[in-house]
Each structure stands twice: as C-alpha cells, then as structure tokens.
Design a protein around this ligand. Structure first.
Ligand code: PPS
Length: 292
C-alpha cells in the first residue's frame, strides 16, 4: 500500500503533511537547541494533544494570569514540526511549551539524557483510528477516505499521517530511559482529570493550590474547551480546516470506536495489533466501563 503522496511525504520512515513542513525543516530540528525549562508534549495524532496543551498552558500560566488567556492555544503550546504561525521558536521566552507528534528518533538530539521534561500521552488505538477518520474529513490537508474499512486498513498498515501507531508508542516506550519522560493515557485523564493534572504538576515540579487545580480541571473540560474560542481551534485558517465538515473537539469520549467499527473490523484490528500491544507496559481502556 503506497503513501498518498499528494498529501503526505515520508522522511526517515515517518510521514508528514506535505503542505505544512519540509524534510529540511525536520532534519534541522534534530539540532534545535533545547533548554532544561522546555516541556515537550508528545502524542500520536488524536490522542489528547490539544487537551494536554490546554492543561500544560494552564499549569504554567493560569496562576498568575499574565494575559495568556488572550492567546490562541496553538500559540501558547505550538507544534514543533508544524510551525503553522511561523513563530520564532529559538528566541521564545522560557518556559517554552511545545507539542509534537515526532517519533523518538526525530526529536531534537538534546532531549536525550537531558533534564528537559517530556510528557507522552497515549490513547487506545481504536478510538485514535476513529478520531483520525473524522479528522481527515475536515482537515483540508489530509486525504479524505470515505470508506471506513479502507481507512482502517491504512491505519493498521501505518500508511497515514504520523505512520504507525504501534511504531510510535513502542519507540517512545522502549527508549523511555533516554528521556526525562512521563507517560499518561487519555483514558486516565478522562476517568480522573484532577489526579492526572496533579501527576503532571508533580512531574513538572509545580505546586499549585487546590483552587487553581480545580480551575484547571474546569477550564480543561470538553464543554469549556469547546466554547472557548482560544481553545477550540476555530480560529484556524479555512485553508487548513473546513469547519462545515467537523470540529477539533468532536466527542471526547472513551469507546466511540464501538459506534463505527463492525465486530468483524474490531476483530481484524485486534488480530493485527494485539500481539504487539500486549508487550507494551501500558494498560489500555477500550470502554468507559472498563477499569484502568
Ligand atoms: S491532534 O490533531 O492530534 O492535535 O488531535 P488531538 O488533540 O490529539 O485529539 C483530538 C481528540 O481529543 C479530544 N479532546 C478531548 N477529549 C476530552 N476532553 C477534552 N477536553 C478534549 N479536548 C479534545 C477530541 O474530541 C478528539 O477526540 P474525538 O474522539 O475525535 O472526539
């Protein structure tokens, strides 16, 4: 199965959105100078990136209300590899917060064995696949594949943006000792957001009052992020997103895959993913009713 080269290109075994970045830019990122105070949020797409971007931004800025509430989320925690708003990352004031979908082997070299903090958020891959399917419908820069079965086969083969889910998580997990990294799951955030936020604060060495933590829980809720124009990404250019076809904050639930996948598709998914997933040191939750 070939990569759809009108939309994507591959660089060192990982696929990127063609219109948004070049291989030269990705290559140069390996030497991007990092600071101990930087924080990198790493995700495979559709795993809770903007949710965690919002949480990180609130942890760093909410307490002292320095005006960040008037800045779009994408500018508070910009994407490392997709510098959509052409920001000056090099001269950005500390602490710099970045989001990235990069695999472990393409991130800035300085992140390895350093003090810079990395947070990896993972989500059960069936929900990731379904979320990406709907996202592809409204992202102008991704190919829309109408038939879900064909889309799922592409996902299983790692032939979509960001390549293989399994390779991504296996890579980051196997190299966890090379980084100062915290692993979290979307599902644990869903089930107990306050505990997840406290875990993040603890990792970042941030002590916030109970009142501030509660305010973060509130501001990071699906309902509030949906109506907040700084966090719902509705300010994004129509050249990137067609809001008549969907939204970034779609459902935000555990187990939506059950509303789209047939039993046969789910079994096919398990057949391809199960063996490698069982070796991962994470417990995935496939349904809201499952315990973590
Ligand atoms: S992207 O394009 O990679 O940045 O997308 P990403 O932000 O990783 O994932 C989008 C999915 O995350 C859901 N989301 C949330 N869930 C719960 N609570 C909050 N606050 C929240 N914010 C975003 C969003 O709805 C997408 O999932 P689906 O399943 O499509 O609804």
């Amino acid at each position: 199965m070939e990569l759809s080269d009108k939309y994507l290109f591959e660089h060192k075994g990982f696929s990127f959105v063609r219109d948004l970045v070049t291989a030269e830019y990705i290559e140069a990122l390996e030497d991007f100078e990092i600071r101990d105070s930087d924080v990198f949020l790493v995700t495979y797409p559709k795993s809770g990136t903007i949710w965690t971007q919002q949480i990180l931004s609130l942890i760093y800025h909410e307490g002292h209300r320095d005006g960040t509430e008037n800045i779009d989320l994408i500018d508070r925690v910009p994407w490392l590899e997709y510098n959509i708003n052409h920001m000056d990352y090099v001269n950005r004031a500390s602490p710099r917060l970045f989001a990235t979908h990069l695999p472990y082997y393409l991130v800035p070299k300085g992140l390895r064995s350093g003090r810079t903090k990395v947070i990896y958020v993972a989500r059960n891959p069936k929900d990731v696949c379904v979320s990406l399917y709907y996202f592809s419908k409204f992202s102008v820069k991704l190919e829309e594949i109408e038939d879900f079965n064909s889309f799922m086969e592409r996902f299983l083969a790692g032939k979509l943006v960001a390549s293989s889910w399994l390779d991504h998580i296996e890579g980051w997990s196997a190299h966890r000792d090379d980084f100062n990294i915290l692993f979290l799951t979307y599902e644990e955030m869903k089930k107990d957001l306050k505990s997840a936020i406290l875990k993040i604060c603890n990792f970042l060495g941030k002590r916030l009052t109970d009142k501030v933590v509660d305010a973060i829980v509130d501001k990071a809720s699906m309902a509030n992020m949906r109506v907040d124009r700084r966090t719902n990404y509705k300010q994004m250019s129509p050249e990137l997103l067609d809001f008549s076809k969907g939204s970034f904050l779609r459902k935000g639930i555990i187990g939506d895959w059950k509303n789209l996948m047939t039993v046969a598709q789910s079994e096919r998914f398990d057949c391809v993913f199960k063996e490698r997933m069982e070796k991962l040191p994470f417990k995935f939750c496939w349904d809201n009713k499952d315990d973590l």
